[in-house]
Design a protein around this ligand. Structure first.
Ligand code: HEC
Length: 196
């Protein structure tokens, strides 16, 4: 009986060194690591791309205009902001603008900023005298970046990006406005301060 037990025990002990040292055992096994190449997939990437047009689950129900600023995958830009604007929204857009845009485009959006002066390759343009672009164009520039300008899709939610567009519109209006656009009761104050 004792001899019978010894046989499997000897077999296991003899097998161990072969399994765990010779083959590297469980330390070395085929697995996919992020950012490595893959021989399994055709595009040789381990990390898979979501299928084109995938919408994150938390964005279900929000339409394409709202998320892309365009009304078809390669269609035109949305003409006007697809949100009901409130004063709070525009002001929150102003906060994001001051944080993310003013460094380059200036607090008034007029391109007057220290960074702008030092960006030798391409100075950030004034945003208050651009050609007549639809609102979706601004949204798209913020979302995907433009030339040397970085994209802000990671930093600002779609709602916040539209709010920035609204604030840029407010800045444009404010620079174009004349005295007649100001309520009569506020005009004397402006005249006294020497601004039109
Ligand atoms: C790092 C500096 C920088 C920041 C920050 C920045 N921009 Fe720009 N922006 C630029 C530059 C530079 C260009 C011109 C890019 C080019 O022509 O290559 C530009 C271009 C643009 C244009 C396009 C103008 C056109 O001619 O069509 C818009 C609109 C714009 N920016 C809006 C914004 C808004 C809104 C923000 C904030 C969310 C922002 N930018 C943040 C540097 C910046």
């Amino acid at each position: 009986m004792r001899r019978l037990l010894l046989v499997p025990l000897a077999w296991v002990l003899a097998g161990c060194p072969v399994d765990f040292q010779g083959w590297g055992g469980m330390k070395q096994q085929p697995k996919a690591l992020p950012y490595r190449e893959s021989t399994f997939f055709e595009d040789e990437r381990v990390m898979r791309q979501p299928p084109a047009g995938t919408v994150p689950r938390n964005r279900r129900g929000q339409d394409r205009f709202f998320l892309t600023g365009k009304d078809a995958p390669d269609g035109g830009y949305v003409e006007s902001i697809p949100l009901t604007l409130t004063r709070e929204w525009v002001e929150s857009g102003g906060k994001s603008f001051d944080i993310y845009c003013a460094t380059c485009h200036g607090v008034l959006g007029d391109g007057v900023a220290q960074v702008a002066r030092n960006m030798g390759l391409r100075e950030p343009p004034s945003l208050v005298d651009l050609p007549e672009y639809p609102d979706g164009y601004y949204y798209d520039v913020i979302t995907r970046g433009y030339g040397l300008m970085p994209a802000y899709a990671e930093k600002l939610t779609p709602e916040q990006r539209w709010a920035v567009v609204a604030y840029v519109r407010a800045l444009q209006e404010s620079q174009r406005a004349g005295l007649e656009d100001v309520p009569p009761e506020a005009r004397p104050r402006l005249l006294k301060e020497g601004t039109p």
